[in-house]
Write a protein that binds this ligand. Structure first.
Ligand code: ZN
Length: 98
């Protein structure tokens, strides 16, 4: 299901999510992840390892996170793997995905 930035922010708060590992680096397995501030007002993306690029932590927005989330939903990406989607749903725990 497509979500708005606010819906994702509310859900992260509700379930106490501290980070969302979008995927792991295909070369070194480093978790490429969004991290949330304690009050959920700020979002950082950690691209961590040096395999692909050299910028590490950077400030992002919930809008940016929502784009990334929605990009990985079947509505936008019909070829998304069931494994990835299962993992995503396990992380975000939205009611309709249970
Ligand atoms: Zn890497």
């Amino acid at each position: 299901m497509i979500k708005t930035a606010d819906q994702l922010k509310e859900q992260a708060k509700k379930i106490g999510l501290t980070r969302w590992v979008v995927r792991r680096c295909s070369m070194c397995d480093y978790p490429l992840a969004y991290y949330f501030s304690v009050d959920y007002e700020r979002v950082k993306f950690d691209s961590g390892c040096d395999c692909v690029n050299y910028s590490h932590e950077e400030e992002r927005s919930w809008e940016n996170l929502a784009e990334n989330y929605n990009m990985n939903q079947p509505e936008r990406n019909p070829k998304i793997s069931k494994e990835y989607l299962d993992e995503l749903n396990k992380i975000w725990q939205f009611e309709e995905a249970k």
